[in-house]
Ligand binder design. Structure first.
Ligand SMILES: [Zn+2]
Length: 488
């Protein structure tokens, strides 16, 4: 008996010594953070307008945008039919508003700014290499994710997808979860955050709510970290279609097609855009209020993201225009919009504090493309989606197609682009801001120069400021295939 007990004890002792040792050894052979110089990357994507689903993950799952062709055709026929028969534009506008509501009904938020319907998005809680579609991405954020997986190794890349209508403070919780998972899985104590487009304001919310202690670098790529003029204009009723803006945008859209491009020039020569915009002006003059009351406000009015993107100088006007003022009924909602405006007000101080405490910051903004010609300030220079003014952190930027002029005086000649279109002197973080002429919105497609630039931003092991490498100077030129060269 004694023999058996002592044998049992001996075996237990051996097991207790060897099993944990063995367990630790296997874990270390997979990844030892002390010996690894690859810092995990969190990619916070931009707005995926068509990426929302009703009853996501159930058998009833369907796109939140209702594009049932039968419904749309029926609506259009009804609108045009009754309008023409009765010779009445009111009927046409009513019909169009009805169709728009049918298409976007699922986007609606409740009066507190939360989703009215059961809408969600695909989420990626594990490291990105666990998902086939993320390992094989090509363009935009997907290309970035693939580049990061291949460059920094498995388990080092995390992708944050979110419902872009939501309060950025709600999305901040998802970013926090990704940061914590990355740290837990890899054993590293910090992450690099790459926030793209709408991901900018979401990341500002994360940094505000959870701090920057776990952030090594933060890259603001074509981002909304300073809001967006298009959202601001929408919220104060500055909807407008100007002939020059329409012409510029169409020319840009068809720039690869000589025939269409010439047709647009001919149309412009004969005043076609003036005629066209006289019609839209007439519609806006007579129906803007109705369009806002019955379509824009019910669909977009309570999206907290848009309230965060609204520029401070437009904010109170937006409250009057969209909500009818600071009424008691709106108090709950306004508490949240006020919080977002405060967050954006404190953003500059927060990022400066991050820089002082050793967090690497890069702001990357593009220009030389016109914007969607549907709002008053669509004559701003941009990257066809967002305005360079906000993406760059408020650089001084000439209107699209113009320069700042020969008489323009900059505070610092080093900070003006060689074509005198962008002056970084007025930007919030000029030392850390890159300006790239001609690059598309959220570049970084797989296999491009721009992807190499992204890798450099994430891995460069030296003093981190714009232009730290001769290869990637502060002012660069790109083309649509995202090649990069110095602009001088
Ligand atoms: Zn590692």
């Amino acid at each position: 008996m004694k023999k058996i007990i002592s044998l049992f004890l001996a075996v237990s002792m051996m097991l207790s010594v060897f099993i944990p040792a063995y367990a630790i050894e296997t874990e270390e052979s997979v990844h030892n953070a002390d010996e690894c110089t690859n810092i995990p990357v969190i990619i916070v994507r931009g707005m995926d307008f068509g990426g929302l689903y009703v009853d996501y993950g159930t058998e009833n799952e369907r796109s939140a945008i209702n594009t049932d062709a039968g419904m749309i055709i029926k609506g259009v026929l009804k609108a045009i039919g009754t309008g023409i028969v009765k010779f009445n534009l009111d009927e046409v506008v009513d019909g169009v508003i009805e169709i728009v509501n049918d298409i976007f009904k699922n986007f609606s938020m409740d009066e507190n700014g939360d989703s009215l319907y059961n809408v969600d998005v695909p989420k990626y809680p594990e490291s990105a290499d666990n998902y086939d579609n993320l390992r094989t991405g090509e363009g935009f954020e997907y290309g970035m994710v693939r580049t990061c997986i291949e460059t920094f190794g498995e388990g080092h890349t995390y992708y944050v997808n979110y419902d872009w209508r939501l309060d950025p403070y709600v999305v901040a919780d998802d970013i926090h979860a990704a940061v914590e998972t990355a740290i837990k899985n890899t054993g590293h104590d910090k992450v690099n955050i790459v926030c793209c487009s709408m991901g900018g304001i979401m990341t500002v919310a994360y940094l505000t709510e959870y701090g920057y202690e776990k952030v090594n670098r933060c890259l603001f790529m074509s981002s909304t970290f300073c809001g967006a003029q298009v959202a601001s204009d929408l919220m104060v009723g500055k909807v407008d279609i100007a002939p020059e803006n329409l012409y510029n945008y169409l020319k840009y859209t068809v720039s690869d097609n000589n025939v269409l491009s010439s047709l647009i020039d001919i149309l412009n020569f004969f005043g076609g855009f003036d005629v066209l915009t006289k019609l839209t002006d007439y519609i806006l003059e007579n129906y803007k209020e109705e369009i806002y009351d019955d379509a824009i406000i019910p669909i977009f009015g309570r999206m907290l993201t848009l309230w965060g993107l609204t520029q401070p100088e437009d904010y109170e006007n937006a409250i009057d225009y969209v909500l009818g003022g600071r009424t008691a009924k709106n108090a709950g909602f306004l508490k949240r919009t006020d919080a977002l405006q405060d967050m954006m007000k404190n953003r500059t101080a927060l990022i400066n504090e991050m820089i002082e405490n050793g967090v690497g910051i890069a702001v990357v903004a593009h220009y030389d493309a016109p914007l969607a010609p549907v709002y008053e300030n669509a004559d701003f220079n941009g990257d066809s989606i967002l305005e360079t003014y906000q993406m760059s952190g408020y650089a001084t930027v000439a209107k699209y197609g113009e320069t700042l002029g020969d008489n323009y005086v900059t505070e610092n000649p080093e900070y003006i682009s060689p074509d005198r279109v962008v002056d970084l002197s007025t930007a919030l973080f000029p030392e850390y801001t890159y300006i790239i002429k001609g690059a598309p919105h959220v570049s970084g497609s797989y296999g491009t120069d721009y992807a190499d630039f992204l890798v450099w931003l994430l891995s460069y092991d030296g003093e981190f400021y714009a232009g730290a490498s001769d290869e990637y100077p502060q002012f660069m030129v790109s083309d649509s295939s995202q090649s990069l060269k110095a602009f001088d």
